[in-house]
Structure formats: C-alpha cells, structure tokens
Ligand binder design. Structure first.
Ligand code: AMP
Ligand code: MG
Length: 355
C-alpha cells in the first residue's frame, strides 16, 4: 500500500490529498447549508480517508455506526494488504515467493484475483507484480532515487503477473519466483471504498461518499438533491479543479503524476511505473476513470495511465461501461462519456527535459 510521502534529500514530494481537500471543501459548503451530512476524516493507508454520510431517514446513532464500520473496513484492508506492514498477509505471500502457496483471507485472495484480471484486461499495463520496481524507486518515501539501468533490468525480470497462481478453492496465493512481490497500491484503495460503502449500506445509511485519496465511491444523494458534486484535481495547479462532475451510484478514480513524485535534473519521476520499461509511465499526466465499482476505477486509472494516450483512449472507447478523462503530457484533453460535456479547465504543462 502507499506509504506517506516524506520529505528528504529529494526536493519535491507531494501527497495525494488535493482531491480530498477539494472534495471536502465542496461538501462542507453543503454541510453548513443544511447540516444534513455527517462527515469524518482519518489517516489510513498513508493518506486521508473522508467518509460522508447522509443523516436523513435513519437514526443518528446508525449514521455514526455506519461511518465507523466504513472506516473499519478500510483499516482491515490496510492491515491485510499493505506492503509496508511486515505482518500483513500480503507481506507473507511476498516472503513465500518461490517457496510455497500461502493461505490468505478471502478478501486478499479476491483482490489479487481481481488484480490479475485487470492485468490481463490491460495487457499487463496494470501489473500487480510491480513490487520490486516500486521498492527500487522508493517514490513517496525519503529514499527515493533514480536507479541504475542495471538495477532496473534486474527488477524487471521479477515483474510478471503470469507467475502468480490463485487457488480460490484452497484460498491460497502462490508467487512462483523468488524475489517477486505483489503490490496492491493501485487497486486496494478502490477495493476498500467498495467495502466501506457496503458496510454503510448495511447499517441503513442512504447516501454518502467514501473518498480514499483520489478514489471515490458515491451512493444515494443528500436531502433535496439527486447527485453529488465532486471535483477533479487540476494536474498542474495545486488546489484548483480541472472539472466538476455531478454523479451518484458510481466510483471515480484519478491517477496523476502530481501525486507522488520527485524531480531530479529537471525530470519528474512519479509513482506509476511502466512494467515494460521499469521507468515512470510517459504520455499522460492525469487519468480519471468512472466505473461501477471502485476497485475497477482505481486499477484501470493506473492501467490506462501506463498505456499512454492513444491506447488508453481506444481502450475507453472499446469499454463503453467506462468513462474517462485523460490529460496528456502536452496538456491535451481526451474525454469520453459524460466527461465530454463538461467544462474542462485548460492545462498548461511546462516542458521537462527528456529523461
Ligand atoms: P494509483 O495512485 O492508484 O495510480 O496507484 C499507484 C500505485 O500503484 C503505486 O504507488 C504502486 O504502488 C502501484 N503501481 C505502480 N505502477 C503500477 C502498475 N503499472 N500496475 C499496478 N500497480 C502499479
Ligand atoms: Mg489506481
């Protein structure tokens, strides 16, 4: 799971909190107007998680219990699937790579299975076995650095989602090769939002938003409205929005090169890795995906980011159940579905030196 970015010798590190703050600002407006929402923020998964619940229609005690259960689900996913926690089940699966299958919690098995499905669907652009590359670059931590080409070559040999065997019947996961490691940082936040919404609905909450950094799941609506208004972070203007969207009963996820990165010799190195090259993916600076489920929106935002503009746009057109907003590294906007009709702010991208 993503760890908190820390400042260190690397000059620029950012945390993926802008969208959350903007969302909070939009919702707070609503809050103060009618007081119909209950909202709470905690730090989990190395980021801010904000849960908003509609108060209407159920006793306050159940609203609060629903929100508490939502947080519990997200904390549970973090405990099970963080690669930063040596005691997590995912860490054990990684330690036993090349040794033996590991029996794991059904949620862990399901998330890994889903992550492999997305890997196949995106032809490996999304690859949950990027663990060795994520470790090598260390982006978001205080040891981030540009590895040598030789180090990248060695890590790349250990990236291949086809080497992961999920046995759903036995409830086990086996990574075939020693040194390989699964990293669910590109899917687990979405998965956690899906579970949190389920937990809230189980308590009778009629509407709300679960926002785990840039991964949002929306359901129902607040009193007197039929949709939620959310903001999508501008990829180059801190605190500004590129677009606002009214929606509900849907998940939205944004992956951007501004979330975790460092700049060295004029080149931005960010946290979304191209499993084919071992370097940060090029061509796009922001990808927003709308999908029914949050785990899909999350993983596909990461996967489409890696694909680059042409392939990502073609993918979105072929998968009409998705809607996407892409911003290319030249600031060009490519939109499908309801993003097409939105008022989208221009993006000016400063040219970086070629890496
Ligand atoms: P997101 O911010 O949702 O796009 O996820 C980025 C996180 O996913 C990174 O911090 C890594 O933990 C992981 N990741 C990076 N590159 C990939 C990739 N190509 N496929 C799957 N996960 C990735
Ligand atoms: Mg993602």
């Amino acid at each position: 799971m993503n760890k908190k970015a820390a400042s260190g010798s690397i000059p620029v590190m950012k945390r993926r909190v802008f969208l959350i703050l903007l969302l909070a600002a939009l919702l707070c407006g609503a809050c103060s107007r009618d007081g119909g929402l209950y909202k709470s923020t905690r730090e989990i998964m190395g980021t801010y998680v904000t849960i908003t619940a509609v108060r209407e229609g159920i006793p306050e005690v159940l609203v609060r219990a629903g929100v508490a259960d939502g947080f519990k689900e997200i904390e549970r996913v973090d405990r099970l699937m963080s690669t930063y926690k040596p005691e997590s089940e995912l860490s054990e699966i990684n330690r036993q790579a090349g040794v033996r299958p590991v029996k794991a919690d059904p949620e862990v098995v399901a998330t890994i299975k889903d992550s492999l499905d997305v890997a196949r669907m995106t032809d490996g652009a999304f690859d949950p076995t990027v663990g060795p590359l994520v470790r090598l670059w260390g982006i978001g931590g205080d040891k981030a650095r540009v590895p040598s080409p030789d180090e990248i070559k060695k890590a790349l040999i250990l990236v291949d989602y086809r080497q992961v065997v999920v046995d759903e019947k036995a409830g086990t996961v086996f990574i075939k090769k020693k040194g390989m490691a699964i990293d669910l940082g590109g899917i687990a936040k979405g998965y956690a939002s899906d579970l949190a919404v389920k937990a809230m609905e189980a308590k009778g909450v009629r509407g709300g938003i679960v926002a785990v950094a840039g991964d949002l799941k929306l359901f129902g609506a607040r009193e007197g409205a039929s949709l939620w208004r959310i903001g999508i972070q501008h990829p180059r203007e801190e605190g500004a929005l590129i677009a606002k969207l009214d929606a509900t009963d849907i998940a939205t996820s944004t992956s951007g090169d501004y979330e975790r990165f460092f700049i060295k010799d004029g080149v931005r190195y960010h946290h979304i890795t191209d499993p084919r090259t071992g370097y940060p993916a090029k061509g796009l600076i922001s990808v927003t995906v709308l999908a029914k489920q949050s785990y899909l929106a999350d993983s596909l935002a990461t996967g489409l980011f890696v694909m680059g503009p042409d392939k990502a746009y073609a993918f979105a057109q072929a998968h009409t159940e998705l809607e996407v907003l892409l911003v290319t590294s030249e600031g060009r906007i490519l939109a499908t579905g309801r993003f097409k009709g939105l008022d989208i702010a221009p993006v000016k991208v400063e040219q970086e030196r070629p890496s």
